[in-house]
Design a protein around this ligand. Sequence first.
Ligand SMILES: [Zn+2]
Length: 340
Amino acid sequence: MRVALLLVLLCLAGCAKDLNGTEPTTQAPKPSGPSLQYLGVGGWLLHWRGETLLLAPSFSNPAFPPVFVKANEQRIDDLMPDARDAKVLLIGHAHYDHLLDVPHIMRKQAPQAIAYGNEEAGHLLAGAGLKSRFVNMQPKMVTVRRGNRAKPQIVTQDRWEPNGAFRFMAIESQHAPHIAGINLLEGTRYREDLTQLPTYVRRWPGGQTLAWLIDLLDEKGEPVYRIHYQDSASNPPYGFPPILQDGKRIDIAIICAASTDQVQLYPDALLDVIKPRLMVYGHWEDFFGNEPSRPQLIRVQDENALIDRLKANYPEIKQVMPYPLTYVPLPPPESHGKGH
Ligand SMILES: [Zn+2]
């Protein structure tokens, strides 16, 4: 009941706001060097050394407020770029706006990709017959807390999951509430594999939210870029990277702009810790009824205040808010061992 009321209030809160004072960048055509391609919501394609890594995209945009959800296959086919060279698909959590379109994309646009995610994602993908192409990363997740204390783990190389020109690591993270401190989508978690995909929106529980550390490797297997990715805002220290003793800094932070006002110090505390060279906004555009060619800011959230704050407080970090389906070139590589 409370959830239904909140959905109505969210609906009454009005339309998404037009962009104002922000600086989305559009890079077309595709840059010749390595790049991030924003797919909208939590979706990205990382282009590196002829390979592609896919971060769970979402195109279906069910009507607002979403109650029953189903992948819009025509819309996915129209918008999702060809990703047949993607061998990896990383999933941060299993809510419908991150997982609903994944089964169709795994069959059609990314037919080689293995999906890596949490237990819920595995149970749900089983419902689409894709369990054999899924790896549960929750057992290998790097934790950020001990009891009630924040305690970064010092991790060794064996926590990396290698795959071609990439390797990646799952980090314990957290899902921000959607509104008024409440997570509207957190229904009961599954204990076993499904036999078909659910349609009721709350039957897509997020599960344990994962942040990802992703290395882009050279021919010798050494990291050239290190990327930190979150598909949900979180309270510190959730999502914070572990201590890695290889001297490689984090070059790029992909943050989640949605619901930053529902948590403390996001992404500021993270930026203070990882000091990236480049920060890109993900999940920044209003999700409902939106067209990628005409993105608008999220309803009931003052994103311009977030943008202004980050610009003022982190002048040394390049900050980019890309339009959906455009490219962000990676900065030139730094020599290994430089940085903090
Ligand atoms: Zn979510």
